[in-house]
Every structure is written in C-alpha cells, then in structure tokens.
Write a protein that binds this ligand. Structure first.
Ligand code: FAD
Length: 367
C-alpha cells in the first residue's frame, strides 16, 4: 500500500474521533485529531450532572479498551465516561490538538482537502473524517409566539441540574431518554409536564433478566443495516426499568399532548387552555454540527462514506450504518468501515499520483 504523506484530519475529539484515530493508525494512515474542546473527551463533560448511561459498562466500550471497573453490569455515570475517554485518548498514539476549532474545509483542485482552523492554520489533508458530533447544534422547533415568551426557554443541551427550578412550573418537551430523565428529576422539586406529540414509547431496560443491550448484541439487531431497523424505531423510545412509567401513573409528573403556541407568560395547550409557565426545556434532539463543510456544498454519503467527495468520511451520525452508530458500543464498527474505505481511496490515490497525476486531477475536477 502507498502511504500518503499528508495527514488524515479528524475533526472532533470525542468517542467518534478517537475511534477513527485508532482505526486510522491500524490502517497505517497518519491521523491528526483537531478538537475544539479543552481535552479529547467529546461533549460528555457538558451533559447534565445526573446522567448515567443507558447501556451497561460491558456494552459501552470502544475497540481496544474495556470500560473497566468492578461491575460490568453497572450503568456508568457521565464522569466515568469522561475518565474512560481520557484513558482511551492517552492510549491512542495519534497527534491530538485540543483547543483547535476547524472553521472551514475546502477541496483542493488536485485532490485532498485544505483545512482552516480558528488558530489561523491551513492544513493540507489527504483525507477528512468529520467526527464533530451534534451537541453543538441543538434543535428547537419553531412555534408561534416563541419570540414573545418572557419565561426561561432553553434546550436540554444547556440544562445541568434541577435545583434552580425548585418551586417553579416547568414544561419539558420531548419523548426521548433525555426528556423523560430530566422531567423526572425536576419533578421532585417542581411542577412538571412532559409535552410530547403522542404517548411515550417505553422500552424495557431488562428482558428475561438481562439488559436489553445484551439481546441487541446476541440477536445482531445492533448491527442490522439502517434500512431494516429504521422503520422499527422511527419514534423515539425511552429505556425504563419501570421508574418513569410509575412516576407518570402516580401523577408525580404529567404527560400532555404538545402545546400549540407560546403566550408572553406561558403556553397554549392543545385543548386551548392557556397556562402561565416559568420555564420550557426542549429535549428535541440535535442536528449534525457540520457547518465547516459548507465550502464543499452538500456532500452526499452512503454509510458514512462520501459518494460525492472522495476522501471525506463521517462518524457518529445517527443511524449512519445501524441503530448503534451514535453510541459508545457501535461507533467502533463504523470507524473500521469508513477508515477502510478511506485507506482504500488514499492508497489508490497514492498509486495514481505516482503513475498518472493528470488522470487523478481530471476525476477530482469532475466531482
Ligand atoms: C444527553 C445524552 C446522553 C447520551 N447517553 C448515551 C449513552 O448512555 N450511551 C451511549 O452509547 N451514547 C449516549 N449518547 C449518544 C452519544 O454516545 C454521545 O452523544 C457522544 O457524545 C457522541 O460522541 P461523538 O464523538 O460522536 O460526539 P461528541 O461527543 O459531541 O464529540 C465531538 C467533539 O467534536 C468537537 N467539535 C465540534 N465541532 C468541531 C469543529 N468544527 N472543530 C473541532 N472540533 C469540533 C466538539 O467540541 C466535541 O467535543 C448520549 C447523548 C446525549 C446528548
């Protein structure tokens, strides 16, 4: 294999970027991770304080390093994940530059990419792994009256802990794990409604005495391609050992159909009732944070490998290749896949540049 002398730039130093770096080293590429945060542990330090993983430790590891700890069946805390990723980064022999944000990526006329950073650097890259997650791009739906609402309105991305909401009237919007977990913890101190578009779909945390992730693994459901699994999980589900369902049934918090509009003081519920509300927290998901790819137009991709921009691959996208793509347990498989495609592409490009650079240039111009 011809090894390109230019690095492969990996944008983002979270689990996706770190898994990519290990896979790239194994493929004898030269990965350089550019990471906006202070240390390469992804967005985990910014998740809310009480967060525990929905998957047990034994099903929450990246390739090459077990999660560790005394009990593999425990559900690790947020801070345990941060420690784990710190250890993973320390054990990864790649160049990692923290505190560097990629601002723009341009295609070079002769192939490869020019990567610009907020430090003013311009780095020539043989290939690019977009592993920048989605936490930097929270999604809040547009609703009538939103701009006039004078109460507290935030996305769950910036929510940390329940204490500041004590005694207040709070609406949490969303029907996924974050929405239900946050609504539940707020309800101990506040009057909370969970606003959803339909009934919450609960998934059992345990089935026949084993965690659900055991069954997703042994049945192969975790590895089914997107086209088979996506129709089954189109609506978000909430992993529940019974706690959340019981809390709603007992009236600790209530669930209502999504409100239709804001008023300056609160919300208008679907039945027309107007109610003053102190705070509305949207747990309505995220969109990939890929603004730095704008100079490339709208790259097309299949399974995380760009079909329009040679040498560009993605990691950590929701349903990129399977149900588990955007998880600690699943991203390693996707990393092996996209890095193999990238290495194949770069070794081919290397051979072509030795044998016939003109042919390569012609093809790149045709993108
Ligand atoms: C609240 C919450 C709970 C979750 N719980 C679980 C769970 O229990 N189990 C599980 O497996 N998964 C869970 N996930 C899903 C997923 O594992 C995490 O979102 C994980 O952090 C994704 O890793 P990542 O590396 O793809 O992205 P991130 O962790 O977001 O890391 C990407 C990094 O890229 C950096 N970056 C972004 N843009 C740039 C740029 N332009 N230049 C340089 N750097 C950039 C960011 O600073 C960020 O640190 C959860 C997600 C959320 C939001």
């Amino acid at each position: 294999m011809t090894i390109p002398s230019e690095p492969v730039i990996i944008v983002g130093g979270g689990q996706s970027g770190l898994a990519a770096a290990r896979a790239a080293l194994a493929a004898r590429l030269r990965p350089v991770v550019l990471h906006a945060g202070a240390e390469p542990v992804g967005s985990w330090p910014d998740y809310y304080d009480s967060l525990t993983l929905f998957s047990p430790a034994r099903h929450s590891a990246l390739p090459g390093l077990a999660f560790g700890g005394a009990d593999p069946d425990r559900y690790p805390t947020r801070d345990e994940v941060v420690d784990y990723l710190r250890r993973y980064a320390d054990g990864t022999d790649a160049e990692i530059r923290s505190g560097v944000r990629v601002t723009a990526v341009h295609a070079r006329p002769g192939g490869g990419y020019l990567v610009r950073t907020d430090a003013g650097d311009e780095i020539a890259a043989a290939g690019l792994v977009a592993a920048s997650g989605s936490f930097g791009n929270p999604y809040v739906p547009t609703l009538p009256g939103r701009r006039d609402y004078a109460g507290e309105l935030r996305h769950v991305a910036s929510y940390r802990r329940p204490e500041p909401y004590a005694g207040r009237r709070v609406v949490v919007v969303g029907a996924g794990n974050s929405a239900v977990q946050v609504a539940h913890e707020l309800a101990a101190r506040s009057t909370v409604t969970l606003a959803t578009r339909g009934p919450v779909r609960y998934l059992p945390q345990r089935v026949r005495g084993r965690d659900l992730h055991h069954w997703l693994d042994v049945t192969g459901a975790d590895r089914l391609p997107r086209r088979l699994i996506a129709p089954l999980v189109r609506r978000p589900g909430v992993l529940d050992d019974g706690t959340y369902r019981a809390a709603i049934a007992a009236g600790l918090l209530d669930r209502r159909d999504m409100f239709t509009a804001f008023t300056p003081e609160g919300v208008v519920w679907a039945d027309g009732v107007v109610e003053p509300v102190d705070a509305v927290i949207f747990a309505t998901g995220y969109r990939p944070a890929l603004g730095y790819l704008a100079p490339l137009g709208v790259p097309r991709a299949r399974g995380g490998v760009s079909t329009s921009h040679p040498g560009l691959v993605y990691l950590g996208l929701e349903f990129q290749r399977s149900f588990a793509s955007n998880t600690l347990r699943g991203v390693g498989r996707d990393a092996a896949h996209v890095v193999a495609a990238l290495a194949g592409r770069l070794s081919g490009a290397g051979r072509r540049s030795g044998a016939g650079g003109a042919a390569r240039r012609a093809r790149v111009r045709g993108v």
